[in-house]
Design a protein around this ligand. Structure first.
Ligand code: DGY
Length: 327
């Protein structure tokens, strides 16, 4: 008998066919997120769950007593209650590597849009507001090439951003990270920096940290105060790593030049959020990995992790904190 699994979002047919070879599966086919009461019924007797950033709590696990694996279709797994999963012996996997280049591309989209005011002027031109009376200096932005980029968090995605910055835009790249990366320093000519000097000298401060207990509101008033007044803040990791009230205040008070944000403390972002009304802030709906190819690759990777676990093998991408369950 094939193991039973549940897939909590629509996935490409090819990925579904792969799962079908090994599992007895059910799938949520609607585009709207699955309601929690429906999900709880579906997981009551399954061994595997594949879910997009699904919130896995202790209560959830208690209602899914046969569950062996939660295969997250995302790299960030801040929605996992790691302690509860460890206690219940439920593996958690995620989808690293396959989205790194796409997220790095988008980070550069934000860097360029915020510094050269691309979205602001796009809106102006389309709104029929470009006319001869506007003085030339009004259009001035900030250069990206040869500027200093400070990356906080030098993981897989940070590395791809650093490569683009150093080799493509000839930027000076500073980074701050728990661990120094001598190989990358050598390869791309990037420099490790303590946090404060990085904040004080970067023209662009880019956050690429995972959300966990030690990074919640890691970046706040003190850090914004240290940034240069012509510096731009970029976040494409998780909104809750930043104290958004402090970001709003820094922008309102002109402590920084602008921001490029793919993520927010609350998503979808509140329509009344002041960030949405600021011309010097570029906002996106958390689309770092949202290309057809990358989302396909993420779904396939999540499927491979799911199938490996329920067929008795060790999945390739067990999250760091739960690796103890497979040793
Ligand atoms: C991830 O994989 O964690 C991304 O944020 C999803 O878009």
């Amino acid at each position: 008998m094939k193991p039973k699994v549940f897939i909590a979002k629509p996935i490409p047919k090819e990925v579904e066919n792969y799962i079908a070879q090994y599992c007895d599966y059910k799938i949520w086919k609607n585009q709207e997120p699955i309601p929690m009461d429906v999900l709880l019924k579906e997981v009551a007797d399954v061994e595997g769950l594949m879910t997009p950033k699904g919130i896995i709590t202790r209560e959830f696990l208690e209602k899914a007593p046969r569950l062996k694996i939660v295969s997250n279709i995302a790299v960030g797994y801040d929605a996992f209650d790691i302690h509860a999963m460890k206690e219940q012996g439920v593996l958690g996997t995620h989808t690293p590597y396959v989205l790194d280049e796409s997220v790095a591309d988008l980070a550069f989209g934000l860097i360029l849009s915020a510094s050269r005011r691309i979205t602001e002027f796009n809106n102006m031109v389309k709104g029929g507001k470009w006319d001869k009376s506007i003085r030339e200096t009004y259009f001035y932005g900030q250069d990206v090439h040869h500027a200093t980029l400070g990356i906080i968090g030098m993981g897989r995605i940070g590395e791809k951003i650093a490569r683009r910055a150093a080799l493509g835009f000839e930027m000076k790249v500073l980074y701050n990270s728990i661990r120094r990366k001598p190989v990358l320093e050598e390869k791309y000519g990037i420099h490790y920096s303590e946090l404060n000097p990085l904040l004080e000298s970067a023209d662009f401060v880019l956050l690429m940290l995972p959300l966990n207990n030690s990074t919640y509101h890691f970046f706040g008033e003190e850090q914004f105060n240290r940034m240069k007044s012509n510096a731009i803040f970029i976040n494409c990791s998780r909104g809750q790593v930043v104290d958004e009230t402090a970001l709003i205040a820094a922008l309102k008070e002109g402590k920084i030049y602008g921001a490029g944000l793919d993520v927010f403390e609350v998503e979808p972002v509140d329509k009344e959020n002041p960030l949405l009304k600021m011309d010097n802030v570029v906002v996106l709906p958390h689309i770092g990995s949202a290309t057809e190819q990358t989302r396909f690759d993420m779904a396939m990777k999540a499927a491979e992790n799911l199938v490996a676990c329920v067929t008795g093998r060790v999945p390739e991408n067990v999250v760091q904190e739960l690796k103890c369950l497979v040793k």
